[in-house]
Design a protein. Structure first.
Length: 124
């Protein structure tokens, strides 16, 4: 992550400015990805919960990365897909949903949404 906050200069706010952290943009992206059928979770693919929390605390590759450059966001999501899901079509829907959600909620332009399919979960 480059900047922890981004000043949205283009928003006409009466009496002040607005800053939205990349963490908030990442949470919006995560929730939007989880809304798509076929996405099991936003994760780097570690199944063991103790190992997962250890890796997260060690700052190993996070499941959502937001980079801000020149007022636009580039988002990378690591996804666990449900077994049997048609990955290309689910990925397309995730990209559309993430881009739409972030832009509608924050007015931040999303230049790209990159997806890494980190694993599959069995149907339940």
């Amino acid at each position: 992550m480059e900047d922890s906050t981004m000043d949205l200069q283009n928003m006409d706010l009466q009496g002040g400015s607005l800053q939205i952290s990349t963490e908030v943009v990442g949470k919006i992206a995560r929730c939007a990805a989880l809304e798509v059928d076929g996405v099991a979770e936003v994760s780097c693919g570690v199944q063991n919960k103790k190992l997962k929390s250890l890796l997260e605390s060690a700052s190993i590759q996070p499941p959502v990365v937001v980079e801000m450059r020149d007022g636009t966001a580039s988002i990378t999501l690591h996804l666990m897909m449900q077994f049997g899901a048609r990955i290309p079509s689910v990925a397309e829907k995730v990209q559309e949903n993430v881009k739409s959600a972030v832009q509608n909620m924050t007015n931040v332009t999303v230049s790209r949404v990159d997806l890494v399919i980190a694993g599959l979960t069995e149907a339940q």
